[in-house]
Design a protein around this ligand. Structure first.
Ligand SMILES: [Zn+2]
Ligand SMILES: [Zn+2]
Length: 73
């Protein structure tokens, strides 16, 4: 039992809390991508939470495309 919070398993508010292990990290928010979370992977093997790229612009940047502004017609 944890001597700080008194629980067997520390809640995330406890300094002894150990976050679940993951191999994959979101390249946008830098948080881990855990079981049950939706994610996407790009051509160079980076991962991102789907909710982090849900705004279109981040998605195109993540996929390595440039967002351009058309200046000449
Ligand atoms: Zn604790
Ligand atoms: Zn993320």
């Amino acid at each position: 039992m944890c001597e700080i919070c008194g629980f067997e398993k520390c809640p995330s508010s406890c300094p002894n809390y150990i976050p679940p292990k993951t191999t994959y990290y979101c390249s946008i928010c830098n948080e881990g991508i855990y079981d049950g979370e939706e994610y996407i992977e790009n051509d160079i093997g980076e991962y991102a939470h789907w909710e982090c790229v849900n705004y279109g612009r981040d998605l195109v940047r993540f996929l390595g495309y440039d967002i351009k502004t058309m200046e000449e017609r």
